[in-house]
Design a protein around this ligand. Structure first.
Ligand SMILES: C[S@@+](CC[C@H](N)C(=O)[O-])C[C@H]1O[C@@H](n2cnc3c(N)ncnc32)[C@H](O)[C@@H]1O
Length: 244
């Protein structure tokens, strides 16, 4: 679950921790570079996610490079412990985005990977840097969970932008488990509206890796052109729940 430092954040009247939804909170947290908070890695490491991500990345490495797909992987709200350095090298550029300039400055300084760049960017709107369908995979881990503390529309904006920018995969790592009441609400308030916001020509095949009862969940969403799936009763989102 979300690691939580009450000294740095505030609780609203419902008892929710509200600091996670603000840039100031993250800048302050990241400005102590040697603290465990600043170096905290949320949910899973790349190694833990690899069995799920590898098949999606293999299609990236095997597919012929298409000119208008600018990036192999874009990581949204990458924080100070991004997945990108562990993603196997290929000839495709990788991009890490976070709205905390303190975080991006530290990452850019320590970045040793060719073809990987980090940029300061508020991911609720990516139109200034990323055209539609310009990245093979767009992934986030814990960013929506941080933003939802302040507002559901902010989460819908981020996930809608991820869906627009992706040419093939959107991956969401979250504590919202579709098998729970809270997760069902999240799916209908955030997940479905964002997936449905893409152009009519697209639909989604979603694999939801639920893991253990309390663990984070990995939603792997594959973007398909709709004409391939006619005969599907016109459904735009097909979801398969996997108990691992
Ligand atoms: C819970 S941390 C997760 C960090 C990293 N993904 C990880 O798994 O270790 C949430 C991150 O999202 C970033 N963030 C939150 N809202 C954002 C937004 N609107 N645009 C870009 N980054 C955002 C924060 O600065 C923070 O680094």
């Amino acid at each position: 679950m979300m690691h939580h430092d009450e000294s740095e954040s505030t609780k609203d009247t419902s008892g929710k921790v509200s600091g996670y939804g603000t840039k100031q909170y993250w800048d302050k947290r990241y400005s102590k570079p040697d603290s465990s908070d600043s170096q905290h890695e949320w949910y899973f490491t790349y190694q833990e996610l690899e069995p799920i991500l590898k098949p999606c990345l293999t299609t990236l490495f095997e597919s012929r490079w298409v000119d208008d797909v600018k990036y192999g992987v874009v990581e949204i709200g990458c924080g100070t412990q991004p997945l990108l350095p562990s993603i196997p090298s290929s000839d495709s550029p990788l991009l890490g985005l976070d709205y905390s300039p303190v975080c991006i400055k530290a990452l850019s300084k320590s970045n040793k990977k060719k073809l990987t760049t980090y940029k300061t960017q508020d991911c609720r709107d990516l139109t200034n840097i990323l055209p539609s369908c310009s990245a093979h995979m767009v992934i986030e881990k814990g960013t929506l969970d941080a933003m939802i503390v302040d507002s559901i529309p902010n989460c819908v904006s981020i996930l809608s932008e991820m869906c627009r920018v992706s040419s093939k995969y959107v991956v969401v790592v979250t504590h919202f488990n579709i098998n729970t009441e809270e997760g069902e609400d999240w799916v209908s308030d955030v997940f479905y509206p964002a997936l449905e916001s893409v152009e009519e020509e697209f639909m989604w095949l979603v694999k939801c890796h639920t893991g253990g009862e309390d663990g984070p969940v990995v939603y792997v969403c594959e973007k398909k052109t709709r004409r391939i799936t006619r005969g599907n009763g016109g459904k735009r989102i097909q979801i398969e729940i996997l108990e691992h």
